[in-house]
Design a protein around this ligand. Structure first.
Ligand SMILES: Cc1cc2nc3c(=O)[nH]c(=O)nc-3n(C[C@H](O)[C@H](O)[C@H](O)COP(=O)(O)OP(=O)(O)OC[C@H]3O[C@@H](n4cnc5c(N)ncnc54)[C@H](O)[C@@H]3O)c2cc1C
Length: 422
């Protein structure tokens, strides 16, 4: 039974998202003085992180400047997409479809790929430091994604029960746990917003419910949310949980995880203790640890402060994009892709001295499957007025479950991957 069937006040939600965007406009570092840039046509651009932000930057930059040196660095040997990964967990999408090799980027676009972990950056000497090398740059784009905001004592638990909110092997292991699960209690928890991809935990809960109901498993989901309701598409998710999975789940809102008793498999929360046979605790998140090491996260900040429209840090020609940065865009693959393109345009402008037209309207689409057949979606456009330093978000949701939205979801993902790797 679903405990909290919330009525969604759409107006309230819209007001909330507008306030969120406005708050992002306040504390920002000023744009560096362009006269300082000694960029030439032989400029060297290094991009750390070959995820949605990094690959999008590299591709757009090459489109604009055929001759400059572009180096992309990632600790993983190939790209794995988090978007669509819940469909893989739900058992109706191939893991292989989420993976793309980096090597063809060299052959097709002369983008050098180095498979290594970046340990640090020497901002004074303009060097990216890896275990084996020091790589010099003129422009640096950092898009290393998120880290889990957990303490060391919890690390073993999160290896045993991976959150699967980072690209790589975590999804494979969580899927294996799901395949080995033959009934009992599942606990999924959602951290307070902001975290990576607002609808992802709600889509995951729906698809795990879909998985257990399809298999007629004797199982129950305790879905524990630190937020008061689904932070996006609230109406659509609540209707889906209630209409499709009634009796299989308790949705417990406004509840945070206090402690995990790993010896007895119990998640202790502000609203009681929950014993589990399978857990997917999605922990709070913050910017990648690398950015903390570099010194971009001061005073316990969780996300890196960047200039509103350029995503430049306090260090000239060093940009932080994607989920690591505090920006007006929701933490999404689509948002990281757009930021990558904007930063590529800015770098190209500085190298060539020619002004490029920047977008005045940005749009983020979020699709969510609520069963293996139907999806819901939301769309937020951001109208940008650079002169007045104002961003106006307009949010629209389609909370009706539709098969046609599934088709659009697949087309959206394939389109983005084609743009990044095609
Ligand atoms: C389950 C799930 C579903 C999602 N669904 C959607 C969706 O439908 N639509 C959408 O728009 N977004 C979705 N997202 C969000 C999307 O995945 C992220 O917003 C996006 O990946 C952010 O891009 P990024 O470049 O900041 O980080 P990432 O794409 O995570 O890329 C970071 C890269 O940096 C590399 N890296 C990190 N540290 C280092 C280091 N020290 N050295 C070298 N390399 C390093 C990592 O290996 C990784 O490849 C989803 C996320 C999840 C978890």
């Amino acid at each position: 039974m679903l405990k909290n069937k919330l009525n969604v006040n759409r107006r309230q939600f819209l007001a909330g998202s507008a306030a969120l965007a406005a708050s992002n406009l306040m504390p920002n570092v000023s744009l560096a003085n362009e006269a300082d840039f000694k960029a030439t046509k032989s400029a060297k651009v290094v991009i750390v992180g070959g995820g949605y932000g990094g690959v999008s930057t590299a591709k757009q930059l090459r489109k604009l400047l055929p001759d400059i040196s572009i180096t992309l660095i990632d600790k993983n040997p190939f790209f794995v997409s988090c978007p669509m990964s819940n469909l893989y967990l739900g058992d109706f999408y191939e893991f292989g479809n989420l993976c793309f090799p980096y090597e063809p980027l060299k052959a097709k676009y002369n983008i050098d790929f180095i498979n290594t972990k970046v340990m640090d950056v020497d901002l004074d000497k303009k060097l990216v430091i890896t275990p084996y090398d020091k790589i010099s740059y003129d422009f640096l784009v950092l898009s290393p994604g998120i880290s889990y905001d957990i303490d060391k004592s919890q690390k073993d638990f999160f290896v045993k029960y991976p959150p699967a909110f980072k690209p790589g092997g975590e999804h494979l292991y969580l899927k294996k746990l799901l395949e080995n699960f033959d009934g009992g209690d599942i606990v999924i928890t959602v951290p307070s917003y902001p975290y990576r991809c607002p609808p992802a935990p709600y889509e995951r809960a729906a698809l795990i419910l879909n998985y257990i109901t399809k298999r007629k498993l004797k199982a129950h989901l305790y879905f524990i949310d630190a937020n008061e309701r689904p932070v996006i598409n609230s109406e659509g998710f609540m209707k889906a949980y209630y209409e499709l999975y009634k009796g299989y789940a308790d949705y417990i809102t406004g509840t945070t995880v206090k402690e995990i008793d790993t010896a007895n498999n119990v998640v202790k929360t502000t609203n009681g203790d929950f014993k589990f046979d399978l857990a997917n605790v999605i922990p709070p998140m913050k910017a990648s640890k690398l950015l903390e090491k570099i010194g971009f996260l001061e005073n316990n900040q969780k996300w890196v402060e960047v200039e509103t429209f350029t995503f430049e840090t306090k260090v000239p020609n060093v940009f932080v994009i994607g989920d690591s940065a505090r920006t007006f865009l929701p933490k999404s693959g689509f948002g990281a892709n757009m930021q990558g393109k904007i930063v590529a345009n800015i770098i190209a402008e500085r190298i060539t001295g020619k002004k490029l037209k920047q977008e005045e309207l940005l749009m983020v689409l979020c699709y969510s499957m609520v069963s293996d057949k139907e999806a819901i979606m939301s769309e937020t456009s951001f109208k940008i007025n650079r002169e007045k330093n104002v961003i106006t978000p307009i949010h629209r949701e389609d909370n009706t479950r539709r098969e046609s939205t599934v088709k659009r979801y697949h087309e959206w993902a394939k389109g983005l991957w084609r743009e990044m790797f095609g």
